[in-house]
Design a protein around this ligand. Structure first.
Ligand SMILES: *Cc1c(COP(=O)(O)O)cnc(C)c1O
Length: 365
């Protein structure tokens, strides 16, 4: 028995280490996970109440078309209902897109250090993956353009980019999309858009108008704090959305996720407060990195990619022994870790652990 040849060497996804596992392995009482860009402030109380009320309906299949949630999101974003598709996380929208649009031999283009699911799903479909090196942590859009040809099907732009946190600006994005041929779908993965405060961040929904080949991805996993419920969505041209819908599993999102997402969307006060506390956390972390003489990429999401000037695995282990789970071992950034912005108290504990680990490794004098 042999599986499809293109998946034989496919790595199993390595998630951030779970808190309970680290507690057990290291005998620690308190462990702080700053590894998966989860919301340290949880989710809206209204979302929790919505989950509670759905328990009575647990035996019933969910609405396959997420009708109420679709209406709520469409109204909120001022787009038509047939422009939206929901997935079990935006991860599943990425999977469905690849399934609907990528055939063996098609080409697909992405940055060389970005969200791994683009490559993962493209490889499963047998597509040829073309990776464009980041330039100082940023998408190099002219280099992307140079790689586009008749075989190109999808270009993936992660904005802000995970893991570097950098953004593609409005003017460069418009110039790029205008130059891309119409047979190529430009995917804008905006998982962290609600955190961005920079005025140069693109208005992707305006970019969608009058264009068939732009698809925006968003999620309730990050600022909305609903990662465990698995719900995200794509916004695009009705025709593209219809094709993606054709490959969607009938009951891909749960009642709990649909109800919680609608309630979370309605509670923009919670979102605003998370955005502000996150911006404060970024300012604090960057000031501490400056004090320690460490450089980092401009951070626009809820995480910072910082150069710890030592092998990242060694820093990861040092932080772990002190009860902090971070993310390390980046292919192109061997001395960087990615750290999620936590609560003020978590950020302070992280900085303390960071400084101790740097001292132990004699990176600091
Ligand atoms: C977290 C993340 C997602 C996917 O999140 P879901 O939980 O599947 O909605 C998508 N893209 C990027 C860049 C992310 O960081």
């Amino acid at each position: 028995m042999q599986p499809k040849s293109n998946i034989v060497n496919l790595p199993v996804y390595q998630p951030g280490k779970p808190i309970e596992e680290v507690k057990r392995e290291l005998g620690l009482n308190e462990v702080i996970k700053l590894a998966s860009n989860e919301n340290p402030f949880g989710c809206s109380e209204q979302a929790k109440a919505a989950i509670q009320s759905e328990i009575a309906n647990a035996s019933l299949y969910p609405d396959s078309f997420s009708t109420e949630l679709t209406a709520a999101v469409a109204d909120y974003l001022q787009v038509d209902r047939n422009q939206i598709i929901f997935g079990a996380g935006s991860d599943e929208v990425i999977l469905m897109l690849a399934r609907a649009y990528l055939s063996p031999g098609d080409e697909t283009i992405m940055a060389d250090e970005t969200f791994p699911q683009y490559k993962h799903n493209a490889v499963i479909e047998g597509a040829v993956v073309i990776e464009v090196p980041l330039k100082d942590g940023n998408h190099d859009l002219p280099a992307f353009l140079a790689k586009i040809n008749d075989r190109t099907k999808i270009v993936w732009l992660c904005n802000p980019n995970n893991p570097t946190g950098t953004i593609i600006r409005q003017d460069e994005l418009i110039a790029f999309v205008d130059a891309v041929p119409e047979h190529v779908i430009v995917v804008l993965d905006e998982a962290y858009c609600e955190y961005v405060t920079d005025a140069a961040y693109p208005d992707s929904l305006a970019l969608l108008r009058g264009r068939k080949n732009v698809l925006v991805l968003r999620t309730f996993s990050k600022i909305y704090g609903l990662a465990s419920l698995r719900i995200g969505y794509g916004i695009g041209h009705p025709e593209v959305i219809r094709f993606i819908n054709q490959v969607r599993e009938p009951f891909n999102t749960t009642r709990f996720a649909q109800a919680a997402a609608a309630a979370a969307l309605a509670d923009q006060a919670f979102v605003q407060s998370c955005r502000e506390r996150n911006a404060e956390g970024i300012r604090y972390l960057c000031a501490e990195f400056d004090r320690l003489g460490l450089t980092y990429f401009e951070a626009h999401g809820n995480f910072v990619m910082v150069d710890v000037k030592m092998p990242s695995q060694q820093m990861f282990d040092g932080l772990l022994r002190r009860g902090i789970i971070s993310r390390a071992r980046w292919t192109h950034y061997p001395t960087y870790i990615r750290i999620t912005v936590g609560s003020r108290e978590q950020n302070e504990k992280f900085v303390q652990a960071l400084e101790q680990t740097l001292q132990e490794a004699a990176v600091l004098g």
